[in-house]
Design a protein around this ligand. Structure first.
Ligand code: NAD
Ligand code: UD1
Length: 334
């Protein structure tokens, strides 16, 4: 099977490329390299033994996309490409709608023109908004109480995919709602290496440990959680990558939606403690006020993916911390 990964040089796409290549899938990658580096392709080759064919194309470049699809002969697309900086999306909403929603429409048009009916889409737990409960299941109503344009783009794209599936009986779309991806490949060769200032917890912890950021600001310790700090479901990126393989092996006509998470919540201070234990270093932090739009506690109910995709997570927070520290060592040596 020939699979196109949009955004495939990015954090989650590159790990997924490796899992697919290991199983003998033919993989091609397109990316505009806005938030990733071309050298990732060499790292993928080092790990998986194959260097995927690469197109430096922007989702918004209709001509470039058409040319790629004309050459491609793809059976399936995994659509990772998108902008994901929540804070920036609040400041530049049009950029986010244009890139994420407009880009997806261009992609779907190309798929239709070239007879590609199968797509797996990178969605996010953010589409659930505030449900008033911590454990989230796929049948909950989405799209209410989303607090930023980034999250809205994920919701809108989900709705577009549902409409296309309604209109075209042969269309197969699997929406994967990721919880909080963390960790790196155990080889230490690839991981999360954002080009700009991160706003998610794990990349900030990484930058505090390297001294690029002075200390971690913990956003609130007065939530109704185990220690007052926010609780999330952190999933190792290799488990997440394997979730994509499981999903493409079970594609069926219409829309399928799965949470990809561990089912277990971890607090910010538990993450700090896990990083300190794995690294043997103190991680400087201070408690500050709550971040606007944050929820106290959310985690996945991953039961549907386990039942229907025969997939569940195998790696732990400790594995994620060890792999992140190993990756940081490789980054320093480069
Ligand atoms: P990433 O930034 O590492 O990867 C995304 C890739 O898409 C980047 O390489 C970027 O250069 C590329 N890209 C962006 N806009 C493009 C465009 N117009 N044309 C071509 N390429 C473009 O991010 P990631 O963490 O690997 O996330 C992958 C997907 O998963 C994204 O859609 C993201 O929104 C979603 N997601 C991520 C998280 C997370 O915490 N990492 C959580 C939930 C959902
Ligand atoms: C955030 C986004 C969400 C997006 C997700 C993945 C917000 C409000 N939500 O979710 O839309 O889908 O990232 O990209 O931005 N924390 C700190 N200090 C920090 C950073 C984070 O204490 O410097 C805490 C947060 O308060 C939270 C936890 O760490 O409790 C995880 O934060 P983060 O990594 O940003 O993920 P989410 O809040 O789940």
């Amino acid at each position: 099977m020939k699979v196109l990964l949009t955004g495939g040089t990015g954090y989650i796409g590159s790990h997924t490329a490796i899992e697919l290549l290991k199983l003998g899938y033919e993989v091609e990658i397109m990316d505009n390299l806005f938030n990733s580096k071309i050298t990732v392709l060499d790292r993928i080759e080092e790990i998986a033994g194959v260097k995927p064919k690469f197109y430096k194309v922007d989702l918004l470049d209709k001509e470039g996309m058409d040319k790629m699809f004309a050459e491609g002969g793809y059976d399936l697309v995994i659509h990772f490409a998108g902008l994901k900086a929540v804070g920036e999306s609040v400041e530049k909403p049009l950029k986010y709608y244009e890139n994420n929603v407009g880009g997806t429409i261009n992609l779907l048009e190309c798929m239709k023109k070239y007879g590609v009916n199968k797509i797996v889409f990178s969605s996010s737990a953010t589409v659930y908004g505030d449900q008033g409960v911590a454990e989230l299941t796929e049948e909950m109503q989405t799209g209410v109480g989303i607090t930023n344009p980034y999250g809205e783009t994920k919701h809108v794209i989900e709705e577009i995919l549902k409409d296309v599936a309604e209109a075209e009986p042969e269309f197969e779309a699997t929406i994967l709602r990721y919880f909080n991806p963390v960790g790196a490949h155990p080889s230490g060769l690839i991981g999360e290496d954002p080009n700009d200032i991160p706003n998610n917890l794990m990349p900030i912890i990484m930058k505090v440990s390297t001294g690029e950021i002075e200390k971690l600001k913990v956003y609130g310790n007065d939530y109704d959680t185990v220690d007052g700090t926010g609780v999330r479901d952190y999933i190792h990126v290799v488990d997440l990558a394997k979730g994509h393989v499981a999903a493409i092996e079970k594609m069926k006509p219409g829309i399928s939606i799965f949470n990809l998470g561990t089912g277990k919540g971890t607090s910010v201070l538990e993450m700090v403690a896990a990083f300190e234990k794995a690294s043997g270093e103190k991680l400087p932090y201070e408690i500050v006020g709550r971040r606007a739009g944050d929820l106290a506690e959310i985690y996945a109910n991953p039961g549907k993916a386990e039942k229907e995709l025969s997939w569940k997570t195998e790696l732990t927070i400790e594995d994620a911390m060890n792999d992140t520290i190993n990756y940081l060592k490789h980054l320093k040596e480069k």
